[in-house]
Write a protein that binds this ligand. Structure first.
Ligand code: AMP
Length: 142
């Protein structure tokens, strides 16, 4: 199974934010869209970072509530691991496990074309295991 199969099922919506927006705007958007991370894009839409609720919690611990007025650029991760739509879901799961992040933006020809989360990976794996189980049960019971 490739990343593109997952995106076909879930769609290509990626919630983004600009690096100049505030952390307050970031937490508002995380809550509004019920997501754990936003991709940070600049005015021409190119990817400049990723920022997750984990970055907010870490920075909140360090600087307290004044963080809410800081800009997204001060807490985002700028070295973003991305994936191509043709890559396999298994490789993506390995990447996430190795690096301990739960979000991977997908890029096609240098443009953002979706995002895959650890939740998507787990959901797919559960469906796969259930299908295998159903097949084996049908085989045994004839
Ligand atoms: P997460 O588990 O996705 O909430 O993110 C954990 C940490 O990794 C945070 O500091 C994120 O900014 C960072 N992070 C999340 N996704 C990626 C990614 N695809 N590439 C690089 N860093 C990431």
């Amino acid at each position: 199974v490739r990343i593109i199969d997952i995106l076909r099922a879930k769609g290509d919506l990626v919630v983004t934010i600009s690096p100049a927006e505030t952390v307050q705007a970031l937490v508002d958007r995380l809550a509004q869209y019920k997501v754990g991370a936003l991709v940070v894009t600049d005015a021409d839409g190119s990817l400049v970072g990723i920022v997750s609720e984990r970055d907010v919690v870490r920075s909140l611990q360090q600087q307290g509530v004044s963080l809410l007025e800081a800009t997204v650029s001060t807490i985002m991760t700028t070295e973003v691991h991305t994936a191509a739509p043709e890559e396999s879901l298994d490789d993506l799961a390995l990447l996430m496990t190795e690096h301990r992040f739960r979000h991977v933006p997908v890029c096609t020809d240098g443009r953002l074309s979706g995002i895959v989360t650890i939740g998507d990976v787990v959901k797919h794996r559960l469906e796969e295991l259930q299908a295998e189980r159903d097949q084996l049960t049908a085989y045994i019971t004839g």
